[in-house]
Design a protein. Structure first.
Lengths: 314, 318
C-alpha cells in the first residue's frame, strides 16, 4: 500500500514537474533571446540617433532649441517604447507565470526551487536590460550638453562690440552701456536726461537661459564630490552588512573580535560620510551661486535668496 | 451620543483623553448597530466640529513627542525631517480616529491645511493674504493682473498688443515677467505659484484686456467647451498630446491644429480639473481618469507610430 502510494505521488509529481518545468525553461530561453534582440535594437537606434541629435543642437538657431527638444522627445519616446515592451512581456511571461504556478506548488515541495530559480534568473536578466536602457538614456541625455563657454564668450564679445555704440535718441550723445542687460531697460541720457530704452539683442537675452547651466558646469567637480560621498555611505553600509552576515555562525572568538573591529571602523567611516555629505553639498552650492553671480551680477539679490532657500533642504 | 459626551466634559484633559479613547472604541461598536455616524466638518478647516483644533494639535503633539522621546532614549538620531514625518503621520492617525473617516476625507483635510501643517500651499485652498510681501504689486500690477496678461499672451496674442491695451511700455512688461517668476522661485510656501495657478484656472481677465480676444474657430470653441465639461474628453486630449511629444511632434501645436484649442485655454482647463480634484479628493475617480488617459495615450501613440512607419522594435517579438 505504501509503495503504491509513493509511486503514484512520485509519478504525479514527475509528470506535472516535467510539464510546468519545460514551460518555464522555454519561457526563460525565449525571454533571454527577446531581451537580447531588444538590446540590439536600442543600441542600433541610439548609435544612429546620437550624432543626429548633436548635429541638430549645433544647427538649431532657436535660443530655446525647440527643434532639438522635439526630436529629443521623439528619440526618448522610441527608447521608452522598447522599455515598455520588455515590461509588458515580463509581466505576462515571467511574473504572472510565476505567481500562477506558485499558487499550485507548495513552497515546501522539493521542486519549488526550480520555480524560484526561474524567477530570479529572469529577473536578473531583466535588471541587466534595465541597466542597458539607463546607459543609452544617459548617452542620449548628453546630447543636450551645449558648449556653454563658447556661447558665453560670444555674448561677452558682442557686449564689448556694442557697449560704446549706443546714442541718445534725443540729443545723439554717446551712452555707454555699463553692463549686459537681460531685459529692456530704461537708461537716462547723461547729457540731456532723456529716457532712452535699451533693448538687448537676442544673444544678450539668452544669457539668462544659459547662466545656471554654465555655473553648474563650472562647479560640476564639486557636485561630483558630494555625490561620491553619498555613494560612499551606501558602500560602507553594504560592506559592514556583508561582514555581519559572515559571522552569523562564527564561534571562534578571535575571528569574531577581528571582524567586529572592522565593522566598527566601517561604521565610524559611514557616520563621518553622513555628516560630511551635507557639508560638501553646501560647498558646491556656494561655489555654484558665486559663479552665477559673476555671470549675471544683476540677479545677485534674487540668486542669494534662492541659495538661502536651498540650504533648508540640505 | 458622541457630541453629548463631549459637551458634558469640562476641564481635565486626562479624563478627556480616556473618554476619547473609550468613545472612539464605542463608535466602532456602535457603527455596527446604529449604522452611519454623521460627522459635521468645518467647511474651512475640514476638522470635525465635535472637537477643537487646539485639542487636535495638542493630541498630535503629545503622541509625537512621546514617540520622539522613546526613539531618542533608544539611541536613535532624529533630524528635522524625521520629526516632521512623525508629526505628519500622527496627524493622519488622530484625524482618522477622531472622525472615523476614510482616506479620501483625510486627504481633503490635508489639502485644506497644507499651509498650516507643512508650510506649502495646495491649489484650490489658497487664500491671498494682503500682507504677504511676495504678493506686493510690481509697478502697480498685482498677481491677478499679471496672470490675466500671461493668459492673453499664451493664447497667441502679441505681447506688444497686450502692453498697448494695458497702457504701458514693453520694458514694464519685461520687468513684470522677470520679477513675478523670481518671486515664484523664492517663495518656499509656493503661495505665488499656487495662486497664479488658481487665477490661471479661473481664466481671469481685467477690463483693459477684455476686448483682446485670441482667434478661435467655431470648432475650437465647441471643443473648448467640451473639455471644460467632459472630463473624459479632456483626458483623451491630454493623453493624445503626451503621445504626440513621444513621437517628436509638438503636442501643443498638434492640439491647436486638430482641435482648435490654444495652449492657454487648454492649460487653464487643466488647472480647473486639478483644482477641483484637490478640493473633492476621491481616489477611485483619480485612478479611473489616470487609467483612461493612459489608455488614450496608447491609442494615439499607435496612430502616430503608424504615420511614422512603426516603432523601432516592432519586429521583435517574444
Amino acid at each position: 500500500m505504501f509503495g503504491l502510494f509513493k509511486k503514484s505521488k512520485d509519478s504525479q509529481n514527475g509528470e506535472s514537474t516535467t510539464e510546468w518545468y519545460s514551460e518555464l525553461q522555454e519561457n526563460q530561453q525565449r525571454w533571454f533571446a527577446f531581451l537580447e534582440k531588444l538590446e540590439a535594437k536600442m543600441e542600433e537606434f541610439a548609435t544612429a540617433a546620437i550624432p543626429e541629435l548633436k548635429e541638430i543642437m549645433q544647427s538649431d538657431d532657436d535660443i530655446y532649441k525647440r527643434t532639438f527638444h522635439r526630436v529629443y522627445s521623439g528619440v526618448n519616446g522610441q527608447l521608452n517604447n522598447i522599455r515598455e515592451k520588455a515590461r509588458d512581456v515580463y509581466e505576462e511571461k515571467v511574473h504572472d507565470v510565476y505567481y500562477n504556478l506558485n499558487s499550485q506548488i507548495s513552497v515546501l515541495s522539493k521542486h519549488h526551487n526550480l520555480l524560484s530559480d526561474f524567477r530570479s534568473a529572469c529577473s536578473d536578466r531583466y535588471n541587466e536590460f534595465e541597466n542597458k536602457y539607463d546607459y543609452w538614456r544617459k548617452q542620449i541625455d548628453k546630447t543636450q550638453e551645449r558648449d556653454l563657454e563658447t556661447e558665453y564668450q560670444k555674448i561677452l564679445d558682442e557686449y564689448e562690440a556694442i557697449k560704446n555704440k549706443f546714442n541718445c535718441t534725443q540729443c545723439g550723445g554717446n551712452i555707454v552701456i555699463e553692463k549686459i542687460f537681460l531685459i529692456e531697460t530704461y537708461i537716462t541720457c547723461p547729457y540731456c536726461q532723456t529716457q532712452n530704452t535699451f533693448a538687448p539683442s537676442t544673444l544678450g537675452r539668452n544669457l539668462q537661459n544659459i547662466a545656471r547651466n554654465l555655473a553648474e558646469q563650472r562647479t560640476a567637480h564639486l557636485y561630483e564630490a558630494y555625490e561620491a560621498e553619498k555613494d560612499k555611505e551606501r558602500d560602507l553600509y553594504h560592506q559592514r552588512h556583508e561582514l555581519s552576515l559572515s559571522i552569523i555562525h562564527e564561534k571562534d572568538k578571535k575571528v569574531l573580535h577581528e571582524v567586529q573591529l572592522k565593522m566598527d571602523d566601517l561604521e565610524e567611516q559611514r557616520q563621518f560620510a553622513i555628516k560630511n555629505a551635507p557639508k560638501l553639498h553646501q560647498e558646491y552650492l556656494r561655489a555654484m551661486y558665486d559663479e552665477l553671480n559673476k555671470i549675471t551680477p544683476d540677479l545677485k539679490e534674487h540668486n542669494e535668496k534662492m541659495y538661502q532657500n536651498q540650504l533648508q533642504y540640505l | 451620543m458622541f457630541k453629548k459626551l463631549f459637551g458634558a466634559l469640562t476641564g481635565d484633559k486626562q479624563e478627556n483623553q480616556n473618554y476619547e479613547t473609550q468613545t472612539s472604541n464605542d463608535n466602532y461598536e456602535n457603527n455596527y448597530e446604529d449604522n452611519y455616524q454623521e460627522v459635521e466638518y468645518d467647511p474651512e478647516t475640514l476638522h470635525g466640529t465635535h472637537y477643537t483644533v487646539e485639542d487636535f494639535d495638542n493630541e498630535v503633539a503629545e503622541r509625537a513627542e512621546a514617540w520622539i522621546a522613546d526613539e531618542r532614549a533608544s539611541g536613535e538620531n532624529l533630524d528635522e525631517k524625521d520629526i516632521q514625518n512623525i508629526y505628519f503621520n500622527y496627524r493622519r492617525t488622530v484625524y482618522t480616529e477622531w472622525n472615523n473617516c476614510d482616506s479620501d476625507q483625510m486627504i481633503r483635510f490635508e489639502h485644506a491645511n497644507s499651509l498650516k501643517y507643512t508650510g506649502v500651499q495646495t491649489s484650490g485652498f489658497v487664500k491671498a493674504d494682503d500682507n504677504n510681501p511676495f504678493l506686493e504689486p510690481v509697478h502697480g500690477v498685482d498677481l491677478r493682473t499679471y496672470t490675466a496678461m500671461c493668459l492673453k499672451i499664451s493664447a497667441g496674442i502679441d505681447y506688444l498688443e497686450v502692453c498697448k491695451a494695458m497702457g504701458f511700455e514693453p520694458a514694464v512688461w519685461e520687468e513684470l515677467n522677470t520679477i513675478w517668476p523670481q518671486r515664484m522661485g523664492e517663495d518656499t510656501s509656493f503661495t505665488v505659484t499656487t495662486l497664479f495657478g488658481q487665477y490661471y484656472a479661473e481664466n481671469v481677465t481685467v477690463p483693459q484686456l477684455e476686448n483682446l480676444k485670441a482667434e478661435i474657430s467655431e470648432e475650437g470653441a465647441a471643443n473648448l467647451e467640451r473639455i471644460k465639461s467632459d472630463r473624459y474628453f479632456y483626458e483623451e486630449l491630454a493623453g493624445a498630446r503626451q503621445a504626440a511629444y513621444e513621437y517628436g511632434i509638438d503636442g501643443a501645436q498638434w492640439i491647436l491644429e486638430n482641435f482648435g484649442i490654444n495652449l492657454a485655454d487648454f492649460q487653464s482647463v487643466a488647472m480647473q480639473w486639478m483644482t477641483e480634484q484637490n478640493q473633492n479628493w476621491n481616489s477611485a475617480d483619480i485612478t479611473e481618469f489616470h487609467d483612461y488617459q493612459q489608455q488614450k495615450q496608447k491609442e494615439y501613440a499607435a496612430k502616430f507610430a503608424a504615420e511614422q512607419g512603426g516603432n523601432i522594435a516592432d519586429d521583435v517579438n517574444f
